[in-house]
Design a protein around this ligand. Structure first.
Ligand code: ATP
Ligand code: MG
Length: 180
């Protein structure tokens, strides 16, 4: 599995629809300060269901929507789609390509789509459980994250290890069934 493409529209500094294609392997993103490099990793976290505005370097969720410039009006919604290659079926669905979309309007509520089908945040989370992707995974290592892992509480470190060995999904289902 690898990230093939990101399409952003109205997300932070990406007012116009922007498509970024990735190849397999390593991609470096370079550019001057403030040009939007970190906004790209914020976009990835956001699509995967990040709920904390602070983790996205904002103060409220609306901050992910293009807020306008001196020459351009603010936009009313933000939409980002990630396309992942899934030829090796690491994501447990029968598609060789999986796309995840999140859209949010200024009014608040987020919409999620998996392969263009309207879905819940819960479905997106479940799709990536045990793959290491996801907001609780380790596919995005931000500044200070290594330090955080090393100095975290044992339970928190255990969660990361459980994600890596692939048992998070079973634990989550067990918890769900205990609720019923
Ligand atoms: P550095 O090299 O300093 O880390 P960077 O390339 O990572 O820079 P980002 O932090 O991704 O830069 O981008 C910051 C830019 O995004 C700022 O110019 C900021 O004004 C702009 N920006 C952030 N949120 C919005 C928004 N909602 N609407 C418009 N522009 C935004
Ligand atoms: Mg940056």
């Amino acid at each position: 599995m690898y990230l093939k493409k990101i399409e952003l529209q109205g997300f932070k500094s990406f007012a116009d629809k922007t498509t970024i294609d990735f190849e397999k392997g390593i991609t470096g993103v370079v550019g001057p300060n403030g040009s939007g490099k970190s906004n790209i990793s914020d976009a990835i976290k956001w699509v995967l269901g990040e709920q904390s505005a602070k983790s996205l370097r904002g103060s409220k969720m609306e901050d992910v929507i293009f807020s306008g410039t001196s020459k351009r009006k603010a936009l009313g919604f933000s939409e980002v789609t990630l396309t992942l290659d899934n030829k090796n079926k690491e994501i447990p669905v029968d598609y060789s390509e999986v796309s995840i979309t999140r859209r949010v309007y200024r009014s608040g509520e987020s919409e999620y789509y998996i392969n263009k089908t309207s879905s819940r945040l819960k479905d997106v989370k479940e799709l990536f459980m045990d793959t290491g992707v996801g907001t609780d995974g380790y596919s995005i290592i931000g500044q200070g994250k290594i330090e955080e892992i090393l100095s975290s509480k044992t339970e928190d470190r255990r969660n990361l290890i459980e994600e890596a060995v692939g048992i998070v999904k079973y634990k989550s289902r067990k918890k769900e069934s205990e609720k019923k």
